[in-house]
Design a protein around this ligand. Structure first.
Ligand code: PMP
Length: 457
């Protein structure tokens, strides 16, 4: 599949200039100083993107888990242009509002699990989690319990890099060297059925529930505001919890008046084959944070869905006192409405299930390879756990980065990995042909990976 038939597949003469200017001027997240290479993306269509050297790639990461409707949708560009020509921007502080923010809020509450009736708009995932954490503490403050400040989270969780969202994220790299984190945060063990050694004889759910119960007792239920979690951990490795984990966690929290925050920044808007993963687990949180797929990333946007009870309490008689400049941005809201309409019109939830099942079936065959320890899937959210030793379930000593590089260079597949797993989140418009391209590329590279993590030629 070509990215755009109208553009010749040649290297841009400006590539070398861009690469040098990038090295000189751009600060990239997570780029080692010794890495001089750059891949300058210039174009995209459907599930493919093209760089300035003319090379096409299959975008198996949906950019960063947000490209639901695929690249290059002129319909969304036209909606953005029309809105910019009408009312490009206005705010929603105090009594100000705008038609697109109102229409999107109504649409989101139609799609959300029953019980989430209100919407607070943001411009991204970390912002949404900042709002959720603040709302949770403020809820208890307004209820007359200012001592309820503790937030429970999980190790290896990723919730963004604001000071609050970064503090509840569960990897040391987000904390080390950045000074004191948010106080009163505790990280629990995540439920990861493949890591059986973490749970002794108990199994993941029993272990995690016992730990949660003991933690609540130790801190004191009257001092805990909320627990935050991704229904399916994304950066943590597409970690699918056992089906009874979230219902039992939700019940225990409810017994103690602790709010539940779902971070659906990746799982929202069809990724798991449902509008929200909350539906899959049969759990309605008090606060549900979304971003990314709400606009398929065409413009930055996010929405926090909140129950009536929490909204009314945090609003009180004076109103909820905080917001962002871009809360309810009309152009972002217009693009979100059009994006959600595409997801619905084109049946992308069904496609996430159907093509997801086909891709999952193809990837199951990779289990025969010595370095493939586990293949996980919900909808079009997949993870492949790479191991040095299948019996001991030990990760590759190199992590997955060299494999991701080989996939890009040798098979033209872009995806990201964490130290243990390859994360596969293709656009929700992926078809069988794209799934075959992805599965064939993965097989061609993974069969060359040694247990030391080296890629044989
Ligand atoms: N939560 C989750 C689950 C995420 O995966 C991410 C980003 N990958 C975030 C929050 C942060 O979102 P953003 O980068 O838009 O702030």
């Amino acid at each position: 599949m070509s990215v755009s038939p109208t553009v010749p597949v040649t290297a841009s003469p400006r590539t070398a200039q861009w690469v040098q200017a990038d090295r000189d001027r751009l600060i990239h997240p997570n780029l080692p100083a010794g890495q001089k290479d750059r891949i300058v993306m210039v174009e995209g269509s459907g599930c493919h993107v093209r760089d300035s050297s003319g090379r096409s790639y299959l975008d198996a990461a949906a950019v960063l888990g947000m490209m639901q409707v695929g690249h290059g949708r002129s319909e969304l560009a036209e909606v953005a242009a029309a809105q910019m020509n009408t009312l490009e921007c206005f705010h929603t502080w105090e009594l100000m509002s705008n038609d697109k923010a109102i229409e999107l809020a109504v649409r989101l509450t139609e799609l959300a699990p029953p019980g989430l009736e209100r919407v607070f708009f943001t411009s991204g995932g970390a912002e949404g989690n900042e709002i959720a954490l603040r709302m949770a503490r403020f809820f208890h403050y307004r209820m007359g319990h200012p001592e309820r400040t503790w937030i429970l989270s999980r190790k290896t969780a990723y919730h963004g890099i604001g000071y609050g969202s970064g503090s509840v994220s569960g990897l040391p790299v987000y904390h080390e060297g950045f000074g004191p984190t948010l106080p009163d945060v505790h990280h629990l063990t995540p439920p990861d059925p493949y890591q059986i050694q973490m749970y002794g004889d108990e199994g993941a759910t029993e272990f995690c529930l016992r730990e949660l119960r003991e933690t609540i007792e130790r801190i004191g239920p009257g001092r805990i505001a909320a627990m935050i979690g991704e229904p399916v951990m994304s950066v943590g490795g597409a970690v699918l919890p056992p089906s009874d984990y979230w219902p039992r966690v939700a019940e225990l929290l409810r017994e103690h008046g602790i709010l539940l925050i779902f971070d659906e920044v990746v799982t929202g808007y069809g990724r798991t084959g449902h509008w929200f993963a909350a539906e899959h687990f049969g759990v309605t949180p008090d606060i549900l944070v979304t971003a990314k797929g709400i606009t398929s990333g065409y413009v930055p946007h996010g929405a926090v869905l909140v129950s009536d009870r929490v909204t009314e309490t945090v609003s009180g008689s004076n109103g909820f006192p905080i917001g962002f400049t871009y809360t309810g941005h009309p152009t972002a809201c217009a693009v979100a409405l059009a994006n959600l309409a595409i997801i619905e019109r084109e049946g992308l939830l069904e496609n996430a299930n159907k093509t997801g099942a086909y891709l999952g079936h193809r990837l199951e065959a990779l289990r025969d390879l010595p370095v493939v320890g586990d293949v996980r899937r919900l909808g079009l959210m997949l993870g492949i756990e790479l191991v040095a030793d299948k019996e001991a379930r030990t990760p590759l000593p190199t992590g997955t980065a060299p494999v991701a590089t080989a996939l890009r260079e040798d098979a033209g597949i872009i995806l990201r990995g964490n130290p243990r797993s390859l994360l596969i989140n293709p656009p929700l418009v992926l078809d069988r042909e794209g799934a075959d391209e992805l599965a064939d590329g993965l097989y061609a590279v993974l069969r060359r990976v040694s247990s030391e993590g080296r890629i044989r030629s």
